[in-house]
Structure formats: C-alpha cells, structure tokens
Design a protein around this ligand. Structure first.
Ligand code: ADP
Ligand code: ZN
Ligand code: ZN
Length: 818
C-alpha cells in the first residue's frame, strides 16, 4: 500500500497538497511536523503535515517529499484546528494563515537567505562536518541562498543543517527583512570599591576639597544610596540630582573615583528584580472579581466594563495569578505593545520570569525563541503578553485569555491575509482550549456589549475609579462662537489657553489630542483654489513644516514646498486644516518657556520611539504632550491634570458607520488620561458642534445612551451587530477594467443577495500607488447562513477569475471589515 501525507504550504492556495512518503516515513510522521517538499518547477518549500493517510489523490501524481525536518511536531493539533477555522471564517487559504502564524525562520525555502549571526562565537566541536563547512563559508561570504548551500555541501538535503544552525544560534535566516534587535544600553555609575569604607570616604572628600562640584556629586551619591543602597544609579540621574553637567561626572570616572557601567534598559525584558505579591483589591474591585468568577460558572466569555482608571489591570492580575497557580498558560492580548511597557513591568513585578513578551518588532530569532518556549510549555512562558499575532502561538493548556482594551481597532489585521480580528479569534481560541476569556474596556465595542446583552457573554461593571478619584470634569468649548468673538489664537480657544496656563503654573502636565486622520494641513491657493495632489494617489499632499515639504501619506511621494500656485501662479497660498505638527508650532508660540513634546507616527519610528517619549513625559521632561490616537491606549500617567481635545468634529465627520462609536471611545479614553490621582482632572473638548449627541454623551460619560442610540442607527441602516459585512475590494492599474470588473462582480452578487449588495463604489481614496480601488459591500442578515453566503461568494469569485479580461484585477475579501 502506498503512503501519503497532506501538506499545508505557506502559499495562498486553497488546498492542501498530497505528497507520497515511504512506509517508514509514514510511520514516523505526525501532523504538525515540517517537511521540505518540491513545488512548481524547481522550488522547494517548507510545509506543515496536516494528515498522514493512504488515499491516492488520483487527479495528479503525488511527488515524493524531499525530507522530514522535525523529530516532533512544531505545530500542535489545536493550532491546526484553529488555522482551519481562521481560513474558513476569514475566507483565506490555510497557507496564508500558516505564513502569519509561525516565525519565518521555521519556513526555509529555496529563496531563503542565510547569514551568520552577529558576533557569533562557535565551539567548533559542537558542529557537524556539514555545519562547520557552512559556518566557514559564511565567514567568507556574508550571505548564501539555499540553492548555493546545496551546491556548497554537494547534497540536496541541506535544510536540516540550516535548521540545526539556527537552533544553535549560529546563523540567522531572512534577516534583512527584519531590523536586528539591539537592546538599548544606558550608562550607570557607582562608587569605585576602594572608596567604599568610611575611611576611604573621608579621604576622598578631603581630596575633593578644592573641587566643589565634584564634592557635590559625591554627597548626592551618598544621600541617594542612603535611601536605597542597592538601587542602580543612572549617570543622568546623578547629574540631574547634583545639578552638575555630565562632564563633571565623567571626570570623576576618569579619576577612578566613580565607576561607569552599562545596563540594558529595555523594559520589555525581565531584569531579575524583586517579585512582589499583587495588590490588595478595594471593595469594588473585589466585588467585580467575585462577579467575574461567578460568571465563569455559566459563560466562558466575560466582558468587564470598567471606567478608566478603575483598576481593571489589578483584577486581571488576580485572575492570572489563580490560573498560573494551576500551572496553566495565560494569554494577555494588547492592542499595541510599544505603548505598554508600563504594563509589562507591572506584570513582571508580579510574575517575574514567567512573563514572556511576543513583540511585533522582535527579530526572527527572538520570535523563534518565544515560540519554542510556549511550545515546550516552559516555565518561562506562563504569562504570554502580546499583540494580535500572539493568538497564533502553540499554546498548551491555555487557561485564560485577557483581551485588554478590547474595543481597539488595531486588533483587526488589514493586510495581508488572514484579515482576522484578534478579539474575535481569541474568543474562538478560548473555546477550542476550553479556556476562559476576559474582555476588558472602559468603552466596549458595540458588538461586544451587544453580545453581553444577548447572553453570549456575561457582563461585569466597575463604576468607580481606584482610590475614589473623580472622573475628570468635562467642558465643551464652542469654537464657532469663540471665532465669532475673536477669542481664538490659531486653533486654541481662550479657555484652553487659560487652563493650560493654570495647569503649568501648578507644575502639572497637559495632553493635547489632535486626530490626524484625513486632517493634516494641506496647501490651498487663495486665488484659484488649487491644492497640490499626489501624482500616484487621489489625495492632496500634506504640508510638513519642519522640512518644508509636501508629502503623500499613502505612498510617500514628496516634493519641496512651492512658492507659487502650480496652477495659476498666484503667490497667495494658505494652509488648510491642522495636524499635530501645527498644534505643536502654535503651542510653542503660546508657551515659549515650556517643554513640549509630540507623539505621532512621525516621531515614534524605530523600536524605542514610543518609549523615549513616554519616559520623557513620565519623568516630567515634557510638560505638554501633543499627540494622535496613540495617546489613548491605556497609558497611566500620574501627573496629567488637563486634557485638551483640539477638534472633535474631524472624528465625528469621518465617513464610516463606526465613526460615532469610535469618536466616543477615543474621546473618553483620552479624557481618561486626566487626573488619575487625588486631584480631579479637567478635559476641554473644542468643537463646532457643541450639541452633537456624541459630544454630549462623552461629557456626561454616558456609555449607555451612546450604546442605545448607535445601536438603533445600526439596526436602521443594516450594520453590525444586526448584519454581518463582507467587503470585496478590487484593485488594478487599468481604470476601466477595474470599473468593468466591479460592475460584473456586483451584478453577479446581486443575483443572489439582491439589495444587500452595496456598490461598487470608490473608497474615499480611490487611487493609491497608481492602482484603482473599488469596493463592494455585502450585508448579511442574521438569519442568513454565513457558511452558505461565503460559499456563494466564493463561487462568484471563481467565475470572475475565469474571465480573461479580469485576470489583472486583484480581489481582496475582508470578512467583518473594520
Ligand atoms: P484601568 O486599567 O482600569 O484604567 P489601572 O489598572 O491602570 O486602571 O489602575 C489605575 C491606577 O490605580 C494604577 O496606577 C494602579 O496602580 C492603581 N491601582 C489599581 N488598583 C489598585 C489596588 N488594588 N491597590 C493599589 N493601587 C491600585
Ligand atoms: Zn492658484
Ligand atoms: Zn501618493
């Protein structure tokens, strides 16, 4: 009897492929192991075995595999089941899920590039002959492709050699795509041991008699270490505390009085500090915790609706503690990791080295390490903190999933496939593992709240801020009227200026929020109204004052600022709209003596971009922080008293059925950054529509009304949660082809779904990078079978692809688009 295996290849192919194996191989192989297989004319891919069987595929002749790459599975049965669900729910290939799900270092293929690990030191005896040969070759040549290695080693089966070298941390693969992860080092100082005795100290102070500044440093050092003898002391801190320049300290280092050393300050890595017990909950938290526990008796998923700063995190910690005590794994999902270094250090303080972080900016090797720790159920991987892609890790005995800030739209993946929503995927994952799921938010997504009202999830409320801190007072400022009365300075109302001034006088901090989306400054001619457009996309170019440039935010096209209108030659140009940069500029003119920082996509590039700004703000080096949505993501600043929302209208007017819900969430979340300690915070909302229902609901902190009203609108206009949505996006370089194709597709879909097909229509930006976009939206009523609907859509898509004229058009399917 011949033997076969089915293999999932990391390609957008619908089916698993069948390969033939020997009886011995069939005996050895298990689902979840990697195999290298030939595909196409000459390519080799790494695939995952999904089944071992004896059924001949018949329609094609099964090729033999190249070789087996694992001794034990690296993908669990639970993962395979989860992938299957994802692929079917989100209408993509399992191969696409596979690509997203496991670190690319696991997926060697003929195009893979192999390089030596940086600064690697190798014990030669630990390498096999082949490994050594490759290692040696890589010292001469900076990188090799798999095909070259095949020639070098003069054998076909080279992947095990490479895999083994990856495991031994000698080589890295596909590294150039990823930034090498380098921990940030910071300079620390301590007293040279020879001065440590009392005698030595006196002698030292005598010696420094004539260097008062240096003496000052030593005194400061003594007083700081008197407080906490073992606490490492940053060079910067010492300079600041002793009010001297860092040069003075450096000269003490040169003299051998002080010793300088480096420490890694990446706060995502556990530094080995004390592990403390978790905090004692207050009565409201305790009550909520009891309710959550009780809820789990009935329902697997619980929604915790707790206002900002109510202490949700501490409740999560209690639940995690209980779960970790039973030896189970916990997944803690966050919308954005860079912003939550604060949270990670809090978790590390409780769970020490049991916490592991799956970071989107980690290098391939680090991801491999996390993956393997989770796979082996290592004691270092009990509490797994990560962004959306961490739902793909190979969990064992998963007991609890926490989805923090569950309303965040960053949980949805846009591109590439699988276009999944990590919260929804987590609910399914929890179900598959029989694990509990806790969704937490101060402003739950409409869908989640709806689910809790319709007993799909249980609901627990927490309505008090921790320490009985009051919610901030919210004041709505009518800027239409302020303009009329000439009380505006640029984009600042007199009220906002007053409040900022007062806050700064009290040595407290200010956050100013300006949503940039679609509202960055553009240049407009006062004479003819022309504004410069991107040649590749259908958008106006955005004006950036710091380098006097016009830039496209979609494709990066840029040009120097023109002095005259390009259409009519008029020199009278003005900027329209404003972004964070404009706010910052105006602010500097208004408050020239205060330190102002800006946090947005432009200022937070690079791995530590966010952290630098957050740390500077935490340490008071920035007094006013201007920023975009990034500011809203669960940050816990202690000294912020005032939050200003520069303009609520841009949020409210965004053309999207979720715009109102999102505006509510954003404004309430950013408001929640104010006054998180005893003193009551203040929030100013500037708007042209002070009576807008959302603005009113934010100012009354009235989630219930917002929910009721928005839900009614969703019902009326047939949107989620009453209808499900599937969006098809057509894309192509030929304008009329895309139009034709879209019409064809919409017409065919209307044959099955009638008035529930909307479009085709151009999205707000109809052309990006010279490709035209067109959308078709399919609305699916609750009673209509989702499975059948998808089946029909797939059929229509197949006929579409069969039309020769449409071959150049790409169709992207997005289930539950956000
Ligand atoms: P949320 O996530 O609900 O916005 P946090 O969990 O960040 O709120 O808590 C707000 C603040 O209150 C944090 O600084 C936290 O350390 C503090 N806090 C919360 N619960 C407790 C507790 N039980 N004991 C001491 N401090 C607490
Ligand atoms: Zn003009
Ligand atoms: Zn462009």
């Amino acid at each position: 009897m011949p033997h076969f295996i089915n293999v999932i290849l990391p390609l957008p192919l619908e089916k698993h492929f069948t390969y033939s194996v020997s009886a011995g191989e069939a005996e050895f192989l298990q689902p979840g192991m990697r195999v290298a297989v030939p595909f196409g004319k000459s390519k080799i891919y790494t695939g995952i075995v999904s089944a071992v069987h004896q059924e001949d595929p018949k329609i094609y002749e099964a090729k033999p595999i190249e070789q087996i790459l694992d001794k034990t599975p690296i993908v669990t049965a639970a993962q395979l089941a989860f992938w299957k669900w994802l692929a079917s729910y989100y209408m993509c290939a399992e191969g696409e899920v596979l690509r997203a799900a496991i670190p690319s270092a696991f997926l060697l293929e003929s195009e893979t590039i192999v390089q030596l690990m940086k600064d690697v030191e190798v014990e030669e005896e630990e390498l096999t002959d082949d490994e050594y040969l490759l290692y040696e070759a890589l010292q001469r040549q900076s990188s090799l492709k798999i095909n070259e290695i095949i020639q070098l080693l003069d054998k076909k089966t080279v992947l095990p050699v490479i895999n083994s070298l990856v495991e031994k941390k000698v080589v890295v693969v596909n590294q150039e795509i990823y930034e090498q992860y380098r921990p940030k080092m910071e300079k620390y100082v301590r007293l040279d041991p020879k001065h440590a005795s009392e005698e030595g100290m006196h002698q030292l102070l005598d010696e420094l008699n004539r260097a008062p500044k240096q003496r000052q440093v030593i005194f400061t050092l003594f007083s700081l270490s008197a407080k906490d003898k073992d606490k490492p002391l940053k060079l910067k801190t010492l300079a600041k505390e002793s009010r001297v320049s860092t040069n003075i300290i450096k000269s003490l280092v040169q003299k051998g009085v002080l010793e300088e050393y480096d420490r890694q300050t990446d706060r995502l890595q556990y530094g080995g500090g004390e592990v403390s017990g978790s905090m004692e909950l207050n009565e409201y938290q305790e009550q909520a915790l009891q309710e959550i526990r009780a809820a789990y008796e009935e329902e697997r998923v619980c929604l915790l609706h707790g206002i900002t700063s109510s202490g949700k995190t501490e409740i999560y910690v209690k639940l995690i503690e209980e779960m970790v005590a039973t030896g189970k794994q916990v997944l803690y999902l966050l919308p954005e990791i860079a912003l939550t270094a604060q949270l990670i250090s809090r978790l590390q303080a409780y769970f020490g080295e049991k916490v592991i972080v799956y970071h989107s900016k980690y290098s391939v090797n680090e991801r491999v390490e996390v993956y393997q720790n989770v796979l082996n159920n290592s004691s270092k991987a009990k509490v797994i903190v990560g962004v959306r892609s961490s739902v793909f890790l190979p969990f064992h005995d998963l007991g609890l999933i926490v989805v923090d800030e569950e309303h965040e739209s960053t949980f949805k993946q846009y591109d590439p496939a699988p276009r999944y929503h990590a919260r929804d995927a987590a609910v399914v994952l929890g179900h598959m593992h029989n694990a509990r799921v806790l969704l937490g938010s101060a402003t739950p997504a409409l869908e989640s709240y709806f689910n809790s009202e319709h007993s799909k999830y249980s609901l627990v409320n927490l309505n008090r801020r921790y320490g009985n801190v009051l919610l901030p007072e919210i004041e709505v400022v009518d800027i239409k009227e302020k303009h009329r009365k000439r009380r505006m300075t640029g984009h600042f109302s007199d009220r906002l200026v007053e409040e900022i001034r007062e806050t700064l006088a009290e040595k407290e901090q200010v956050i100013l929020f300006q949503n940039r989306r679609g509202f960055s400054p553009i240049l407009e001619c006062n004479t003819c109204g022309h504004s410069p457009q991107c040649p590749n996309c259908d958008v106006s170019l955005t004006y950036h004052s710091h380098n006097n440039q016009l830039r496209c935010h979609y494709c990066g096209y840029n040009m120097a600022l023109q002095k005259k209108c390009m259409a009519c030659g008029s020199p009278e140009l003005s900027t329209k709209g404003f972004g964070t940069e404009k706010v910052e500029t105006e602010l500097k003119a208004l408050f020239p003596d205060h330190k102002i920082g800006r946090m947005d996509l432009d200022t937070t590039r690079g791995k530590h971009g966010y952290e630098k700004i957050i740390t500077a703000f935490e340490e008071g080096e920035i007094e006013i922080l201007v920023g975009t949505q990034m500011l809203t993501k669960g940050l816990d600043f202690r000294n912020v008293r005032l939050v200003g929302i520069m303009n609520a209208d841009t949020l409210l007017n965004f053309p999207d059925f979720r715009a109102h819900e999102r505006s509510f969430q954003l404004m309430l979340q950013v408001a929640g950054r104010a006054g998180r300690t005893e003193k009551r915070g203040k929030v100013l909302i500037q708007t042209y529509n002070p009576h807008h229902q959302i603005v009113q609901q934010v100012s009354m902190n009235n989630y219930a009304d917002m929910y009721k009203e928005q839900l009614e609108e969703r019902r009326q206009y047939k949107y989620p949660p009453f209808y499900r949505l599937i969006r098809l996006t057509l894309r192509g370089r030929d304008y009329s082809r895309v139009n034709e194709g879209a019409d064809w597709l919409a017409t065919s879909l209307k044959n099955s779904f009638y008035e529930n097909v909307l479009g085709p229509e151009f999205p707000p930006v109809g052309r990006i990078r010279n490709e035209y976009y067109k959308n078709i939206l399919i609305k699916i009523p609750q009673k209509q079978s989702l499975g059948k609907t998808k089946g029909l859509i797939e059929k229509v898509l197949q006929s579409f692809k069969a039309v020769g004229a449409f071959r150049s058009i790409r169709v992207v399917v997005n289930v539950d688009p956000y």
